[in-house]
Write a protein that binds this ligand. Structure first.
Ligand code: AMP
Ligand code: GLY
Length: 422
């Protein structure tokens, strides 16, 4: 089977790496890919959001399955456009991707189906928005539309809330994505990412993972796309998983089906484990980044088989199995990230990684035969091992080998849980 992966980050490198292991794959393409991906797939210079060019390419190359990595093409209808020309695609339709495409829509959907989430209201005018934020005290303010990870602020003070609302609703700093905002009560607890494969009827959860969203150690500094992840989180018990499936994931799949937007692909629930049980912070209509980098190395089953079964509505027929143990991923970021960052720095040391350590590339490219940085998140150094402590230690042994000018990373990926367990 010929497969095209859409996207060019660490998540897509992990997808390509895993898909390439399938005996079912005859040709593997990635649009646009990156330097690391180019070693395992043929990279094509088509942007991940260029729907007409992606469809033309898939038709021309007789692609049997398109795997869509990022949210923007899903929300823009890439899967619908591919299916319209008879090409199977892994990912939700435009209508189903609304779960991520509009935070206001997702909140209303959760309210309609009794899915636990923070109390909220939706605003387009600054006056009532400020009044509601004031009534909540500390709150989370979210741009309604896609904002590449920059749309959410947890405001500690009223002054901060007013300033964020001014930026979004009055100065329109995020453009149309921020013309409507969701303001919600601030939840407290442990965060966890729970992803599930679903064909619209059957639902198969992946092992849970925890992301580290803040830029600096101790969860300080600005939010990023994710500075590292580990799986499985020791605090996420089987009992909690059952609750999440019963109270959140299954009602979502059932609700989407009832509303005529059957959800197919991978559903990502970002959850807060509160004193009142698990509550939804957000849904994503795709794999997480960097969660995918710690999940796929532990997947034993053939990912092509799982994805084809998902697109064909036969997920109940496949047995999805995972290797025991744990995985950890440490993201190496460019100097300045998540603000304006340095580019075109030489990357060295990847050939010295200890056995068993994987380097998933994100913002990397080739320049005159040299490997250089080209994005904010540059590499995800990933290790699997029998225990979380060993996986974390091995990933950091890999990190020590790799360098580029300005490189920064968090030193505490998984640390709270490794220490907590002694
Ligand atoms: P989101 O993109 O919606 O996941 O939000 C980004 C981050 O903001 C989350 O990972 C949480 O750390 C934080 N966050 C979002 N909503 C809330 C909330 N209601 N209460 C506390 N923190 C939140
Ligand atoms: N790691 C967070 C995300 O993929 O949205």
């Amino acid at each position: 089977m010929r497969i095209l992966v859409v996207g060019g980050g660490g998540r897509e490198h992990a997808l390509v790496w895993k898909l390439a292991q399938s005996p079912k794959v005859t040709e593997l393409y990635c649009a646009p890919g990156n330097a690391g991906i180019s070693r395992e797939a043929a990279c094509v210079s088509i942007g991940a959001e260029d729907i007409p060019a992606l469809v033309d390419f898939a038709v021309e190359k007789k692609i049997g399955l398109v795997v869509v990595g990022p949210e923007a093409p899903l929300v823009a209808g890439l899967v619908d456009a591919l299916e319209a020309v008879g090409i199977a695609a892994f990912g939700p339709s435009r209508q189903a991707a609304m779960l991520e495409g509009s935070k206001a829509w997702a909140k209303e959907f959760m309210a309609r189906h009794g899915i636990p989430t923070a109390q909220y209201r939706v605003f387009t005018e600054i006056g009532p928005a400020v009044e509601y934020a004031r009534s909540l005290g500390s709150c989370a303010i979210k741009a309604d539309g896609l904002a590449a990870g920059k749309g959410v602020t947890v405001a500690d003070t009223e002054a901060e809330a007013v300033s964020v609302l001014q930026d979004l609703l009055v100065d329109q700093k995020l453009g149309p994505a921020g013309r409507r905002v969701v303001i919600e009560e601030r939840l407290a607890g442990e965060e966890v990412s729970v992803l599930a494969f679903t064909d619209g009827k059957t639902l198969v959860p992946l092992p849970a993972a925890q992301d580290h969203k803040r830029a600096y150690d101790g969860d300080r500094g600005p939010n990023t796309g994710g500075m590292g992840a580990f799986s499985p989180p020791p605090f996420f018990t089987r009992e909690l998983e059952e609750r999440v499936v019963e109270e959140i994931l299954q009602p979502v799949i059932a609700g989407m089906a009832v509303e005529g937007r059957p959800y197919r692909g991978v559903l990502y629930a970002g959850l807060m484990l509160t004193g009142d049980g698990p509550k939804v912070l957000e849904f994503n209509c795709r794999f997480g980044d960097p969660e995918t980098q710690v999940l796929l190395p532990r997947l034993e089953s053939d990912l092509v088989e799982v994805m084809v079964a998902t697109t064909e509505g036969r997920l109940s027929e496949v047995d999805i199995t995972w290797k025991p143990g744990a995985a950890a991923c440490v993201v190496l970021a460019a100097g300045g990230y998540p603000g304006p960052y340095r580019k075109s720095e030489d990357i060295t040391g990847l050939e010295e990684l200890p056995p068993g350590v994987l380097a998933f590339h994100a913002g990397t490219s080739w320049r005159d035969g040299r490997l250089v940085t080209s994005g904010g998140r540059v590499l995800g150094i990933t290790a699997t091992a029998p225990t979380l402590g060993e996986a974390v230690a091995l990933a950091y042994r890999g990190v020590e080998k790799v360098s580029f000018p300005g490189c920064h990373y968090r030193c505490d990926i998984g640390a709270r849980w490794v220490q907590a367990r002694g």
